[in-house]
Design a protein around this ligand. Structure first.
Ligand code: 13P
Length: 253
């Protein structure tokens, strides 16, 4: 069954104390929201918060994600955090290939293939991000860019493994800018993503793949974006850092 998902990517924000307060408010307030069986909420705090937040979550609708993981299993990789470590801390999911990681930490498709393998081996949900830059959209290259990002990393997976992946379309020009893709732009790209998945893995798998939209989602634009046929929820940055805003976005699904 295709799931509806609202995920909050906290990025490098909040110290532990504030993060615990935020997670605790979300965990409490979410219990007052009527969510369908197929709807889940995910929060992705910084690594340092995961243990504390995992201990306080007691809503079965709220899952925990990390924002990144190592390409490697273990060993002499100073500063890295393995997927196994994250699984043991209670993570259910890992965000992979966020445009900030692609841009600032030079994450390529080859790197993401290894990270994806680590996440799947450790039985977590990969939330795979894709999305074009403004110049690429202006040149009309956005479909090709997104297709390459997806096919290079996800299309060598088995059907079984691909079925575990959540895709997040985040146009880079909409991230943190306050400029959201229009409902039509979001729907058009999500339909395209579902089409290429269908061509590769068949209609059934494509129909069951959750495709989230990210980029300046807020309580005012969430419900229209989420009402688009192929938009199955959102990956939310700035607006996930205030419990009330995030809950309003969850209510829009
Ligand atoms: P904003 O919601 O702050 O634009 O960030 C989107 C994002 O990058 C989520 O991963």
């Amino acid at each position: 069954m295709r799931k509806k998902i609202i995920a909050g990517n906290w990025k490098m924000n909040t110290i532990v104390e504030d993060g615990v307060t935020l997670a605790s408010s979300i965990n409490t307030e979410i219990k007052n929201v009527t969510l369908r069986d197929d709807t889940f909420v995910i929060i992705a705090p910084p690594f340092t918060h995961l243990t504390f937040i995992n201990q306080l979550i007691d809503s079965d609708k709220l899952l925990l994600a990390a924002q990144n993981c190592s390409t490697e299993t273990k060993g002499a990789y100073t500063g890295e955090v393995s997927a196994e470590m994250l699984k043991i801390l209670g993570c259910d999911a890992v965000i992979l290939g966020h445009s900030e990681r692609r841009a600032y930490y030079h994450e390529t498709s080859d790197i993401l293939i290894k990270k994806l393998d680590q996440v799947l081996k450790n039985h977590m949900i990969p939330i795979f991000c894709c999305g074009e830059m403004l110049e690429q959209r202006e040149k009309g290259e956005h479909f090709k860019v997104v297709e390459n990002q997806i096919s290079e990393v996800l299309f060598d997976l088995s059907e079984e493994d691909f079925s575990k992946v959540v895709v997040a379309y985040e146009p880079v020009w909409a991230i943190g800018t306050g400029v959201t893709a229009s409902n039509e732009q979001a729907q058009e790209m999500h339909a395209f993503i579902r089409k290429i998945i269908s061509e590769k893995f068949g209609n059934n798998i494509a129909d069951n793949t959750s495709i989230l939209y990210g980029g300046s989602v807020n309580p005012s634009n969430a419900s229209e974006l989420f009402s688009q046929k192929d938009v199955d929820g959102g990956l939310v940055g700035g607006a996930s850092l205030k419990a009330d805003n995030f809950i309003n976005i969850i209510e829009a699904i």
